[in-house]
Design a protein around this ligand. Sequence first.
Ligand code: CA
Length: 351
Amino acid sequence: MKTFGKLLLVFVMFFSFAEAAKKYRIKLAMTWPSNFPVFGDAVENFKKYAEEMSDGRLNIRIDSANKHKSAFGVFDMVKSGQYDMGHSASYYWKGKVPNTLYFTTMPFGMTAEEQQAWFYYGDGMELMDKVYSEHNLYSFPGGNTGNQMGGWFQKEINSVDDLQGLKMRIPGFAGEVISKLGVNVTNIAPGELYTALDRGTIDALEWVGPSLDLRMGFHKVAPYYYTGWHEPATELQFLINRKFMDKLPADLQAILKNAMKLAAYDMHTQSNHDSGINWESMKKEFPNIQVKTFPAEVMNAIKKANDELLVEKAKEDPLAAQILKSQADYLNQIRPWTIMSDYSYIKSLGQ
Ligand code: CA
């Protein structure tokens, strides 16, 4: 028995040591092209944190859209296990799984801070998991851009009639809203946006805001830069193949979760930083850009179409109704505090 006990101990120690030394290679596909600022930086930060925290037990290979050639195939590639992880945006999958739409941002909805509170302290994470677990996926917040600009237009929008037949790249719920007002809505991969606008495939597009838009060169072909209504809190997304994640040792799962959370936090901070710098320089370097706000008539029509669509979506699907109710209740509860805190503070300074 004594010998057997010793042997068992050696056996257990050997396997503990082997497990602790085992290295895991993670393949991650992102929607973004190579060397893409802010969004790509979030993925690079995640890789760095996960590899450092795991002392090299995790090794992450990032493939950009230039490599895998399927910017909008990330959902399927991670679901099937072709890739272990992805970085993208949940609303890109609405054509496959309609309820994924609600976990990026909603027009007239929560701000980034409000939505982050909903995700982590409200029902957001639980509801998102309800949608993604059926597809062998985990989804985690992947970095927030903050409030986005309404987009670049070649012509001024002075009335609802000006929206008729306008060809615009605008994804998510906002795209469905303005298609009700006669806009021909399309989604185009980030790497192809400039060419599409330049060649007239589209007349207008929204992308992000000053943190990224100026580097894309849109102002050269569309001088009207409208303020936003459609994406007040765009949260990107990390996807993980569920079977892959569940097989990892618990400590590595925890490291991945923390690395994603930290990378998402960093991206929100970086977006804000870059937006501040670029907004300031935009006026000096590109004086021809005309910043505009949609007239009240247009905004009222958009809001009306938005509210009608919310009712339609809730009627179509019980889970959509549950998600939308959770978001609306959360917004109603938290917004008075947002108004009392940041909004009142800035207003009290006369700004
Ligand atoms: Ca956008």
